[in-house]
Structures are given as C-alpha cells and as structure tokens.
Design a protein around this ligand. Structure first.
Ligand code: HEC
Ligand code: HEC
Length: 286
C-alpha cells in the first residue's frame, strides 16, 4: 500500500492543514484572553439596543481598500476583462471544425457525379441507413422509400396522397383531386420546367401538366413553383425539387409525416459537399 507520505502533494496538504490548525488555535485563544481581561474603551455612539451599545469605529482602511478594489475589478471584468474572445474549449472546437471543413471543401471541391455518389453512400450508411435501409428502400415502410424521392414518382405520390410534417406555414398539403394520369403529367411538368433538375419529357404531357399545375398547385407553390412571393416559409420552393437544395430543406427541417418521424439533421451540420454527395447517392441507381 502507498504510504501517506510518499506523495509530496499530500505532504504539503497536511503541512498546510497543520499550520492552519496552529494559527487558528493561537488567534482564537488570544481573542478569548482579551475578552476575559481587557476593558472596552473608546467613544460610544448614541444607539443602544437592550443595553448593548456600539463604539464609533472608522471603517478599517484595509477593508475599504479591498471593497473599492473589488468594485473596480468587477466593472473591469464585466466590461473589459470578460474573456469573450479568450480561450474556451467550445471556441477551440468550433475553430477546429471550421478549419476542418475548409480543408475538406478545398480537398473535395471538384468531384464528379460518381465520386459524389460514393461519398454519399458512405455518409448514408452511417447516418441514414438505420431508418432508410442500406438500399434506400425504407425498410418495408419504416421510412420514406428514397428510390422514388427526388424523382417524378415521388411527386405523383405527393399529389395523390399529400404531404405533411416539414412545418411550412401552409401546414399540410392535402391530396389533390386529380387522376393518376393527370398527376403524372403535372409531375413531368414540374421535373422538366420548374425543377432545376430539368428532366426532359414528352412535350404534350408537359403542356397538359402546366395547365393542371396552374389550377391545382399555384395557390400554395406560387405561379412559377418557387413559392409565394415574400413568404419563403409558406410552402416548399419546387424549383429546388430534385436538386441537393431540396435535400437541405428536409435535412434541416426534418419531417414528421404520414410515414413517420425523420429527425432534423441540423446537429450534424453537414457541409454543402456532403449534402450534394448524399443527394447524388439518393438519386443514383445504386
Ligand atoms: C394547400 C397548399 C398546397 C397545394 C394546393 C399544393 N401543395 Fe404541394 N406542398 C404544400 C406544403 C405545405 C408542402 C410541404 C409539406 C410537408 O410539410 O411535407 C408541399 C410539398 C410539396 C412537395 C414536396 C413533397 C416532399 O416532401 O417531398 C411537392 C413535390 C409538391 N408539394 C407538389 C405539389 C403539386 C405538384 C401540387 C399541385 C398538384 C401541390 N403541391 C399543391 C402545400 C401545397
Ligand atoms: C430516425 C430515422 C431516420 C433517419 C436516421 C433518417 N431518416 Fe430520412 N426519413 C425518415 C422517415 C420516417 C421519413 C418519412 C417522413 C414522412 O414522410 O412521414 C423520412 C424521409 C426522408 C426523406 C423524404 C422527405 C420528403 O420530402 O418526403 C428524405 C429525402 C430523407 N428522409 C433523407 C434522409 C437522409 C439523407 C438521412 C441521413 C442523413 C436520413 N433521411 C435519416 C426517417 C429517418
């Protein structure tokens, strides 16, 4: 077993405790003696409480000096010295993350689609596959089937079944009363002309979809599909649909929808390349 005295910190501590004990005994006994033997003298104040009177004493200089110093130090600390810009662990963490992200973005700035999809696959398996499955299919309806999402099929599905849970001001998008064929032509129109993904489709279908869109969708999504002007929070901007920017909306808002609850990923703080990579992977046919 280690002896108490083998460690010099312990020894110092013990010595200090002993010194305090000796000093305390000395001071207390001195004052006790004084109280027994010496008589009080000095000028008394006028006050008297049940026979107890009070001497007129000047404020002790030392006490006054310390009092003033503490006030000055306090003001200095609040207004000047408070270490807003000084070292903190959170600050160091944020700095390191920022540096890391900067290097990351420089290093991976010019990836092509297939490289992005590979990166996205890796991120997806770690962050998303527990709900969406390693094949993106949503594990038998546990989460959204991402083999349809971002594509025409998902729009058809949304038109016919509605969508909710991303907390837009318009609230829930209710199912729209159109036939399946009509929904498909609207989806073709959205993919070809509204979404920046610009997926081509049959010209007649697009023209039909355009008409139906004007009747059924513009009230919430705006005439050009970019949402209601001046109210970006009213309903999603469909020009982003099929691009990584739409994924950003889902990742930051999360979605508590018809299928289940997808958490917001704000806490992970994906950078733009990672979001592009995830989107490329989701839209790839892997
Ligand atoms: C009553 C307002 C309203 C109407 C009408 C409406 N939408 Fe929506 N739409 C919304 C809202 C709100 C959302 C976001 C829903 C959510 O929170 O998931 C949305 C979401 C969407 C999405 C994205 C779905 C997703 O989460 O991936 C698409 C695509 C879409 N709408 C297309 C359409 C089309 C096409 C029409 C017309 C046929 C239409 N919407 C009509 C309000 C509306
Ligand atoms: C805790 C489970 C869970 C995790 C983890 C998760 N999701 Fe989801 N996700 C869901 C559920 C449930 C839905 C369906 C929400 C609904 O429409 O009801 C969904 C829906 C989606 C949608 C479709 C949203 C829409 O517009 O309809 C996308 C895209 C998506 N997730 C991407 C991701 C990505 C990318 C990740 C990883 C970064 C991820 N999810 C991680 C559960 C999860």
């Amino acid at each position: 077993m280690q002896s108490l005295f083998s460690d010099n910190v312990t020894i110092l501590g013990l010595l200090g405790a002993f010194a305090i004990l000796v000093l305390t005994t000395f001071v207390v006994s001195t004052y006790l003696k004084k109280m027994k033997h010496s008589k009080a003298d000095g000028v008394l104040t006028q006050e008297e409480w049940d026979g107890i009177k009070e001497f007129k004493n000047d404020l002790p200089i030392g006490w006054t000096a310390i009092y003033l110093c503490v006030i000055i130090w306090g003001l200095w600390y609040i207004f000047i010295g408070y270490p807003l810009n000084a070292y903190s662990q959170i600050g160091e963490y944020n700095r390191e993350v920022n540096n890391y992200n900067k290097n990351f973005e420089e290093k991976w700035a010019n990836l092509d689609e297939s490289e992005l999809a590979i990166m996205g696959d890796n991120i997806f398996q770690v962050q998303c596959s527990q709900c969406h499955g390693i094949d993106k299919s949503g594990i038998n309806g546990k989460a959204a089937d991402l083999n349809q999402w971002g594509r025409k099929e998902h729009i058809v599905n949304v038109i016919l079944n509605g969508s909710k849970g991303m907390n837009f001001l318009a609230g829930e998008m209710i199912p729209i009363a159109v036939s399946k064929e009509e929904a498909q032509s609207i989806a073709d129109f959205v993919m070809a002309e509204i979404s920046n993904a610009k997926i081509p489709a049959n010209a007649d279908t697009i023209a039909k979809g355009k008409e139906l869109f004007a009747i059924n969708c513009t009230a919430c999504h705006g005439i050009d599909g970019k949402g209601v002007e001046g109210m970006p929070d009213f309903a999603p901007d469909l020009s982003k649909y099929g691009t990584y920017e739409f994924l950003q909306i889902v990742l930051s808002r999360g979605k508590d929808g018809h299928i289940g609850k997808m958490p917001s990923f704000n806490y992970v703080n994906f950078n733009e390349i990672q979001e592009k990579a995830l989107n490329s992977f989701i839209l790839s046919n892997e």
